[in-house]
Design a protein around this ligand. Sequence first.
Ligand code: PHB
Length: 399
Amino acid sequence: MTQRQPTRRLVLSRSAAAIGAASTGLLLPEIVRAQSNKVRVGFMLPYTGTFAQLGVAIENGFRLALNEQGGKLGGREVEFFKVDDESEPSKGIENANKLVQRDKVDVLVGTVHSGVQMGIQRVARESGVINLIPNAGVHAATRQLCAPNVFRTSFSNSQPTRALGQPMMQRKLNKAVWITWKYAAGDEAFEGFKESYTAAGGTIIKELNLPFPNVEFQALLTEIAALKPDAVACFFAGGGAAKFIRDYAAAGLKGRIPLWGSGFLTEGVLEAAGPAAEGVMTTLHYSDSLNTPRNNKFRLDYAKTFKMQPDVYAVQGYDSGLLLIQGANAVKGDIANKPALIKAMEGATIDSPRGKWTMSPSHNPIQDMYLRVVENKENKVLGVAAKALADSGAGCRMG
Ligand code: PHB
């Protein structure tokens, strides 16, 4: 009569304990590893919205790097998981947890949007999961919120724009208007522009912005025409960038007021922007026309595999793959050996299509910035605008 059956409450609390243990990484990883010897890689990227094509390029680039290893990481097969983050910051934590808690990924590759990255950053710091950032430039990720398990293979938001000031002032563009989307990436890109342009003697006569991902540029373009600056500098990317370039020309500003920007403005959009993009000047850590064996081979392989041209996002995804490959090879596939994996990735030199680069102590690339101009639907390199540029890493304390 008094035979002891586990009560419903006990069962519930046991499974709650299991979930709790799983969330701290204590129990389930062993079970998962026993079930499958595959390395679990999760993509958390935008597959819809204004940054959709950026997400696709990053995933393609990452897969290309792995294909070159026979699809393996440190000798182990790889299983992929995917979440569309929609570039929606309010869902950042929830989406990251789909990969970390539900899918139990070993490595989270993401993301593009700086606001969404803040959610990933929190989950990565709490769970200890390896996070490779293949784009989002938000300063905090490699400054005050840096973490041993988080590595960025792209740039910090102020890096590309810190190369803009000098070439603009060399061309006597003394007065500029700045325009961008109002969110972390736009604000931090402005920091880099302001610092370099004012240090070179330039004056910023107006800062204009609109909410992300709004593309109603008309009123702001009318204002620019009235202000008559020597140049306009900006941060836009993806579908919004293509529309900005077209609207700038349609408003009659092209040819009258030179358009400059961080190079995302002209990445992956040259078909869509058409002739309006010709002559746009930018600075970035990559250029289509870098005539090196490394870049030429990458471009050919990418085009053959995916039937489209690579851009900076493809390169950043590819480099995330190269970084993880170096780490995984160093630990012979034992991704769970995080101290050794992290040490190998910290010491890696990435032989990138953009040129070789290394990791700063706060896990952000130290890299050259190129000056580029759009010519015949290509980002043509004019020279190096800033050599071995590192982010400050201000406030980063590892460990
Ligand atoms: C960002 O939100 O950090 C971001 C997005 C797109 C870019 C660059 C930066 O091209």
